[in-house]
Design a protein around this ligand. Structure first.
Ligand SMILES: CC(C)(COP(=O)(O)OP(=O)(O)OC[C@H]1O[C@@H](n2cnc3c(N)ncnc32)[C@H](O)[C@@H]1OP(=O)(O)O)[C@@H](O)C(=O)NCCC(=O)NCCS
Length: 159
């Protein structure tokens, strides 16, 4: 009778012990979900090993993971000092169930509590519709590229 509660992923702050799982989710998510918008070469360049990448992310950003049955299936990162969402990735087998929405709501909540009036991010081409659905808007002031992949600069007012 509590099946839904047991299966629904729970969201918590990431810990150093999550870094390997975060790397796994990142690679699987990019390879499966961004493939329609980027060439295989662009994707492999994007995922090229960058020693210390996730460790630096954990130190510089507030990072949340979503866990289902003890497994990390999504993560999001926001750098509060610069009001920037740095990462938002859901495992291919966990998409379409509102997890991205829940993680972004958590990110927006912590940013508001921090005093941020606005957040910005660089959206991958495949994710622009997702962010628009959540109230984000394209930023006309920004060229919208962040190597290695083509991105769309977006902003959202929090107040
Ligand atoms: C984009 C992503 C985070 C969405 O995660 P998700 O858990 O599947 O999204 P949700 O189920 O919470 O969707 C929330 C809403 O957005 C919509 N949505 C989700 N992905 C969408 C997309 N790519 N385009 C348009 N709308 C989308 C859903 O239909 C849902 O709308 P509804 O409330 O009307 O049903 C996920 O597909 C992903 O990780 N993609 C690959 C990594 C990536 O590109 N990340 C962004 C980097 S900037």
């Amino acid at each position: 009778m509590y099946t839904h509660a047991v299966r629904a992923p729970s969201i918590r702050l990431a810990r150093p012990a999550d870094l390997a799982a975060i790397a796994t989710v990142h690679a699987a998510s990019v390879r499966a979900l961004c493939a329609g918008h980027y060439s295989p070469q662009a994707i492999e360049q994007w995922l090229a090993p960058s020693p210390g990448l996730y460790d630096r992310m954990l130190r510089s950003s507030t990072v949340y993971v979503a866990e289902r049955a003890g497994r990390v299936v999504a993560f999001a990162a926001v750098r509060l000092a610069t009001r920037e969402v740095r990462a938002m990735y859901v495992s291919p087998d966990a998409t379409g169930g509102g997890l991205g929405l829940r993680l972004m709501q958590r990110v927006e909540r912590v940013a508001r509590a921090f005093g941020a009036a606005e957040l910005r991010l660089s959206a991958t081409l495949n994710a622009v519709g997702f962010y628009e659905r959540l109230g984000w808007r394209r930023d006309p002031r920004d060229a919208g590229t962040r190597p290695p992949q083509r991105c769309v600069a977006m902003r959202k007012r929090l107040t």
